[in-house]
Design a protein around this ligand. Structure first.
Ligand code: NI
Length: 258
């Protein structure tokens, strides 16, 4: 089975020079599916345009916490309208980011997050959550919407938080940083996660795995993440590739489509 990169920002300016070259090459090198999550209305539109252009690309649409400053009703209306597109499979990426002091105020991030969780509930779409240095509030807000499911992208919380999410049907995303020497929590989380809730992501152009750390990331480097997870879970890399492919299809409701 091919590789499913469940989170890659090919709409990002980082791919302006060679976007078509990189995306066109993916199926032949074993990357069968990509989900490109938007970060605001404009990048969500671009993600949808890429999904229209490439059969192996699907889009998620949403307003990222780091990009939510000044977002208006028109932005939410645009996201809502894009959700009706046949290649939009999730709302994302949405959530909370308390890492940078210059990020939008926490209360505002929370309001934007809740509004998009409500939309996901109404439209019965999965969500892609971004949670950086905001574990308590992110967990509290998703628990306000018990019918909504999805993935915590690049999960960085504790094993206890992982357990709370896993028992409610959530998936957890693993990225390049699990290959870094200082990865401490990721192996602890990997130890408790059932195989059927793991998805793999590049977060391209960011979070490049070892041995390419420092370069621009893209889906061709995902095997390094898959190999690390396979090692931790005691399965072969091929088994992990197949498992994470099936999990991605289930998460995004693509079973009958891809
Ligand atoms: Ni991302």
């Amino acid at each position: 089975m091919p590789i499913f990169d469940t989170h890659a920002h090919y709409d990002s300016n980082g791919f302006n020079a060679d976007r078509d070259e990189v995306l066109s090459a993916l199926p032949a090198i074993g990357v069968g599916l990509v989900v490109d999550p938007g970060c605001d209305a404009e990048s969500s539109r671009k993600a949808v345009a890429l999904a229209e252009q490439y059969p192996h690309v699907y889009a998620a649409v949403g307003i990222h916490p780091e990009d939510c400053a000044g977002c208006t009703d028109a932005d939410f209306d645009a996201i809502r309208a894009l959700c009706g597109h046949e290649k939009v499979v999730a709302i994302g990426e949405i959530g909370l980011d308390y890492y940078w002091a210059e990020n939008p105020p926490r209360e505002f991030q929370q309001a934007v997050f809740r509004r998009q969780m409500e939309l996901a509930q109404k439209l019965d779409l999965p969500v892609i959550i971004h949670d950086r240095e905001a574990h308590g509030d992110s967990l509290a807000i998703v628990l306000e919407y018990p019918e909504v499911r999805g993935v915590f992208h690049c999960f960085s919380g504790s094993p206890e938080m992982a357990a709370e999410l896993l028992k409610r049907g959530w998936y957890l995303g693993f990225d390049g940083p699990i290959t870094y020497k200082n990865a401490k929590r990721a192996p602890e989380v990997a130890a408790i996660i059932p195989l059927d809730r793991i998805v793999v992501e590049t977060d391209a152009p960011y979070l490049t795995p070892v041995p390419y750390r420092g370069k621009r990331n893209d889906s061709r480097y995902l095997p390094y993440v898959i190999e690390k997870l396979a090692e931790w879970k005691g399965v072969t890399a091929e088994e992990m590739m197949n498992i994470t492919w099936e999990n991605g299809l289930r998460l995004f409701g693509l079973g009958g489509r891809a």
